[in-house]
Design a protein around this ligand. Structure first.
Ligand code: IMP
Length: 468
């Protein structure tokens, strides 16, 4: 490989590193964080909430983590949910309990939850769904986890935060909140009946229209049930309370002692609220700017930002995906790559690798190097294409100059075709074990990106990783 970083390989890293995703999420950050976390002293999840789904496969089993940092499997490291994460306490408690069942230690010694993080409550999920119903054909295709409404409450400076759980007057705070939320939901929906619906598992698998009908039917007897919501929250508090912390001084202490800190983003830069394809975005900041706000560390204090991208590009939810393949090749990638959402189970839209999008996401995200995952999905493909540029109007772009919706929507991909490889790559241990055409692919991606590729992944397991 032509270019190398001098800071040490991903296998042997030090300082403060940050793992993000340059496009629309689901590129395999969970695996890369799990690998790097073996060396970490502190792992910080910086953004998002249970909208994320990080799949980790290791000797303890297969885990789909939503809130828990993927570094939880290193018994010697401390994991942090930072101020800018939104925490659904019920989901967190469920995750802690299933990890414990699998023999993973989780407690105050290895998990800290920021007291400043906002709590995701049932009304946030209801408002998320109601908003999507109201948008009709312009829906965003959110994960329905209440992420947007929780962040908008945060921006509006209302809502319950994790630290409120420790307040001796918590019940009073809760009552004030639930009363306000009832009024707010009612005003938002414009229909008193819909206002009182809590969207929960009764609605699983239904379309938005069916939910609306069902909600209208059940509205008369269904309210946000104060006693039930409070009881659930108090039960979750039992588990969470010992983990609540002021995390900033902890992060600084680790940093100042030259310990190894690993930042972990949720989602991807093209879903960034400000830099993604607004409004088809999430409500947080998955790039280096989000890392800075979450950790109190300046980008100058970060040794390296690694962007994880698959060998092809996917998106779940609405919004532009210039290289989308709505044909048998797209279906083959989806089936072989198991491209179904870890949180919602929705089929992901699949397309060829989109270099202009990844270059844009890497620029905005502050990226230094890449990890290329799932190249094994192309094993047996006679040829493989890469989108090397966009044509928009009369102009050609090698990097998207903006994440704007209209620009991305009007981009026509310019493709380059490379020969595929017949041979299986999944048992390759070194770069030279890969078939020549697979190596050509990796090298061509590196050249087009102008960034070093430090890791190639050929399967889900930790061992299926080639360090370059
Ligand atoms: P929200 O984050 O649930 O509000 O969803 C907003 C957009 O971000 C939708 O297009 C979701 O499909 C997408 N999204 C949210 N979280 C993830 C993720 O972890 N992976 C991929 N897409 C995501």
């Amino acid at each position: 490989m032509a270019e190398r970083l001098t800071r040490g390989t991903l296998e042997n890293w030090s300082g403060t590193n940050f793992v993000t995703d340059p496009t629309w999420g689901d590129n395999g950050k969970g695996k890369v964080v799990d690998l790097m976390a073996q060396r970490a002293d502190l792992i910080v999840r910086i953004n998002g909430g249970a909208n994320a789904g990080h799949t980790v496969i290791n000797e303890k089993g297969e885990f789909k983590l939503h809130l828990m940092p993927s570094g939880i499997f290193n018994p010697n490291a401390v994991c942090v949910l930072s101020d800018t994460v939104v925490v659904n306490p019920l989901i967190l408690v469920e995750e802690i309990s299933s990890l414990k069942k699998a023999g993973v230690e989780v407690g105050h010694k290895n998990l800290l939850i920021s007291r400043n993080a906002h709590l995701v409550m049932p009304w946030h999920r209801s408002r998320d769904i109601l908003r999507e119903v109201a948008r009709g054909s312009e829906k965003i295709g959110t994960t329905g986890q209440g992420i947007g409404p929780t962040y908008s409450d945060r921006t509006d400076r209302v809502g319950l935060r994790v630290g409120d759980l420790l307040n001796p007057n918590f019940e009073r705070l809760f009552d004030r909140e639930i009363q306000w939320q009832e009024k707010y939901t009612r005003a938002m929906s414009g229909q008193d009946l819909l206002a009182n619906i809590v969207i929960d598992e009764r609605f699983a698998g239904m379309s938005l229209e069916e939910i609306k009908q069902e909600a209208l039917k059940q509205a008369q007897e269904s309210f946000y049930k104060r006693d039930e919501v409070l009881a659930d929250l108090l039960a979750a508090r039992e588990v969470i309370a010992p983990l609540i912390s002021n995390v900033l001084p902890v992060i600084w202490e680790y940093h100042d002692a030259n310990k190894r800190i690993l930042g972990e983003a949720g989602q991807g830069v093209l879903l960034d609220l400000d830099r993604g394809n607004y409004p088809d975005v999430t409500s947080s900041h998955p790039g280096i700017a989000g890392f800075n706000i979450a950790t109190g560390l300046s980008p100058r204090e970060v040794e390296r930002v690694i962007a994880v991208t698959k060998a092809y590009t996917t998106r779940v939810g609405e919004g532009p995906l210039p290289t989308e393949l709505k044909d048998n090749t797209g279906n083959a990638i989806r089936e072989k790559g198991h491209e179904f959402g870890a949180t919602t189970g929705r089929p992901r839209r699949c397309g060829w690798l989109d270099i202009p999008a990844i270059r844009y996401g890497s620029r905005v995200g502050g990226v230094d190097s890449l990890a290329l995952t799932k190249i094994d999905i192309f094993d047996g493909f006679p040829e493989v294409m890469i989108c090397i540029g966009y044509k928009v109007g009369n102009r050609e772009y090698r990097m998207a100059p903006t994440g704007d919706l209209e620009f991305m929507r009007s981009a026509t991909p310019i493709y380059e075709t490379l020969s595929g490889w017949e041979r299986d790559t999944t048992s390759a241990k070194n770069f030279k074990d890969l078939p020549q055409n697979a190596r050509n692919y990796v090298e061509r991606v590196q050249e087009l990106m102008g960034l070093p590729i430090e890791l190639v992944s050929v399967g889900a397991a930790r061992e299926a990783s080639i360090y370059l």
